[in-house]
Design a protein around this ligand. Structure first.
Ligand SMILES: [Zn+2]
Length: 138
């Protein structure tokens, strides 16, 4: 695992295996999800993989009425917006993900600070299996 480069390809491969992985700077401890190979805080490149527990809370969200074709295919539209959120992980990093199990047409019912649990959405696409990161109220 340590051999894998700190990039999006590795990150997506881990997602396919239902693992949420980030990289941590060995010098200053800054954590990145998705992983980065260079620390944006101290510019060091000494990184290590860290396994996220997949628990966090909702820090911000947007209801998206006009989504990409994949989302339209899943039945999301102006009347059924889907929710994209920023999740603050227990480990401290923030990650953008789809928020499942909430009603995007009633944003007033979605609360900042809601405890969330990771969920992996596997989708068959033209170029193979893709896994999308999602979270759902725990
Ligand atoms: Zn650093």
């Amino acid at each position: 695992m340590e051999e894998m480069p700190f990039n999006d390809i590795s990150y997506e491969r881990f997602l396919n295996d239902e693992k949420l992985m980030g990289s941590r700077c060995r010098k200053c401890g800054m954590l990145f999800v998705p992983p980065r190979c260079i620390c944006i805080k101290c510019y060091d490149t000494d990184m290590e993989w860290v396994d996220m527990k997949g628990k966090g809370k909702l820090a911000a969200f947007t209801c998206i009425a006009i989504g990409p074709p994949l989302m339209i295919k899943e039945g999301y539209d102006r009347k059924h917006p889907y929710v994209s959120g920023v999740v603050e992980l227990e480990e401290g990093a923030r990650v953008v993900a789809r928020i499942e199990g909430v009603d995007g047409s009633k944003p007033e019912t979605i609360k900042i600070g809601t405890p969330l649990q990771v969920e992996f959405l596997h989708r068959a696409e033209a170029d193979g299996l893709t896994t999308y990161l999602a979270f759902r109220p725990s």
